[in-house]
Design a protein around this ligand. Structure first.
Ligand code: MD3
Ligand code: FE
Length: 205
């Protein structure tokens, strides 16, 4: 199934479900080299733990956010993006009508009970024409997204294990956030939710 949630936004419920085991293996492999960590920003410590793979990764510190070729925690390049991850993202983008998607980065967010992500826009990628592909695994989360202005009315959707959402077109710069994750149990992930976001990047690094 395939649902257009808003202009440029395509929801593919369960698209990643049949591949979940390989995705969990890929997450384990990446996080063995680049451990999950809670970035500290000007706003305080983030409740979601993060890591990245691919040619660049998302990093934050009290001076700001950016993409970096290296992991500030290890001083090493980020782990390569596992083929299983890249192929899933490219297939999802194609299914949603975005041909030629070439993600340079996969940011992996891990949410425990109570973890959330405040309202924000993703606009450091420098490729407004490329979509962001997001894959949810494990326990569900309430995701809200609005429009191009912070205060625009929000839609709330429940993102479930294996759901993929492709965000592009006029919705690429929509405000969005994740409500605190409820404490529940998932067979593969325990109390955790994982979200993978695949991004094409054009930034001076
Ligand atoms: C809507 N992560 O990492 S990705 C993020 O569940 C982030 O962890 C969310 O927001 C999570 O930045 C969900 C969904 C997403 C990504 C980019 C977007 C939604 C978007 C860009 C425009 C509109
Ligand atoms: Fe985001």
């Amino acid at each position: 199934p395939r649902t257009v949630l808003a202009e440029g936004v395509v929801w593919l419920p369960g698209f990643a479900l049949s591949e979940a085991q390989g995705l969990h293996q890929a997450i384990a492999q990446v996080s063995a080299q680049a451990p999950f960590r809670h970035f500290r920003t000007r706003m305080g410590q983030m409740s979601a733990a993060m890591t990245s793979c691919g040619a660049c990764g998302w990093v934050a510190d009290p001076s700001g956010y950016r993409y970096s070729r290296t992991d500030p925690q290890t001083g090493q390049f980020w782990p390569a993006m596992p083929d299983a991850l890249r192929h899933l993202a490219v297939r999802a983008a194609t299914e949603a009508g975005y041909e030629g998607f070439d993600p340079a980065s996969c940011l992996i967010n891990r949410y425990g009970p109570g973890a959330k992500m405040g309202l924000h826009q993703d606009r450091d990628e420098g490729m407004p024409e490329a979509p962001v592909v997001s894959v949810s695994l494990g326990v569900p989360a309430r995701f809200s997204f609005g429009g191009l202005h912070r205060t625009d009315p929000k839609r709330i959707i429940e993102l479930l294990d294996g759901d993929v959402v492709v965000w592009g077109g006029v919705s690429r710069f929509a405000w969005h956030g994740v409500s605190p994750v409820r404490e529940t149990f998932h067979q593969q992930t325990g109390a955790m939710r994982y979200n993978l976001t695949f991004r094409a990047i054009n930034a001076a690094l």
